[in-house]
Ligand binder design. Structure first.
Ligand SMILES: C[S@@+](CC[C@H](N)C(=O)[O-])C[C@H]1O[C@@H](n2cnc3c(N)ncnc32)[C@H](O)[C@@H]1O
Length: 273
């Protein structure tokens, strides 16, 4: 595995852990879509890859209602610490946490009913090999569900703040981030087919995130995603940047509520029975 990726996520995990929610995410929509689209049910053993601070793992463990288990695997131990803390806050005893590269999983063959992975498969180099490895640890007849971000220009949660921050600080917006590198329709489907899965399907997941606390949303976003741009700002400068971001979100306020459109793509495949 690429050490650049490992170092990148180790570095980013400080801000992710500091801004992680404490219980169920205030915006749980993608997690609930994954649970429903993958048909995850009580009694199942689920592996969540690239769990980060616990999405969708926490929501899956909660939905299993103590009947079934979720194993969380992520490259970055500090991300897993934050996920573990969320599990403790929610008294979820059906979760365990393992630092692992999804390209080489420390689990036996045919162990899990389902494998999920939200916003993680964009990062390893050989995505087909990674999907084959997920297939290895699935029971015959089990399924894998990967979620990736749709195109940058169709995802305001990313381009609105990047444009606002760049405009306010007089810096470049920069290239399209790698998180959007698998956004073209058919990309996930091809990977799953090439990795040997059956009944492969790919579909769009779209919804509007209704943000109740805009101030908290904008502050967490700046602290998580703009660490370098904000670390040397005084309180007054940070507040001024925050005001610029709040102004950039104004066109998305409908009847007094910020409604942020999100667009991701889901690929599901089944291991032959
Ligand atoms: C964008 S975050 C997504 C976290 C979480 N699933 C979510 O949706 O909020 C990407 C995560 O992938 C992890 N990651 C990157 N490459 C990985 C790999 N090869 N194996 C396992 N985890 C990896 C990072 O440590 C990070 O926690």
């Amino acid at each position: 595995m690429n050490t650049e990726t490992k170092d990148h996520w180790a570095e980013r995990s400080k801000a992710w852990a500091a801004t992680a929610v404490h219980g169920i995410s205030p915006d749980d929509t993608f997690n609930q879509m994954i649970i429903s689209e993958c048909g995850i049910q009580s009694g199942e053993d689920v592996l969540d890859l690239a769990t980060g601070t616990g999405n969708p793992a926490i929501s899956i463990a909660h939905s299993l209602n103590s009947d079934g288990n979720v194993v969380c695997a992520d490259l970055t131990p500090r991300m897993l610490d934050a996920a573990r803390q969320r599990a403790q806050t929610l008294n979820l005893e059906n979760m365990c946490f393992t630092a692992a590269d999804m390209a080489s999983l420390p689990f036996s063959d045919d162990r899990f009913d389902a494998v999920t992975c939200r916003f993680g498969i964009m990062f390893p180099e050989d995505k087909v090999a990674v999907a084959r490895e997920a297939g290895r640890v699935l029971k015959p007849g089990g399924r894998v569900g990967y979620v990736v971000w749709g195109p940058y220009e169709e995802n305001p949660p990313f381009y609105v703040p990047r444009r606002a921050v760049a405009g306010h600080l007089g810096i470049e917006e920069g290239p399209v981030p790698s998180r959007h590198s698998m956004s073209a329709p058919g990309t996930l489907k091809d990977i799953l087919v090439n990795a040997g899965f059956e009944k492969v399907e790919e579909r769009a997941l779209r919804y509007k995130n209704q943000v109740d606390d805009i101030d908290d949303y904008v502050t967490r976003n700046l602290k998580r995603s703009f660490v370098k741009e904000t670390e040397n700002l005084s309180d007054t400068e940070f507040d001024s940047l925050k005001q610029a971001l709040l102004a950039a979100w104004e066109p998305y306020v409908e009847e007094g509520v910020l409604q942020v459109p999100n667009y991701a793509r889901l690929g599901i495949g089944w291991k032959s029975a």
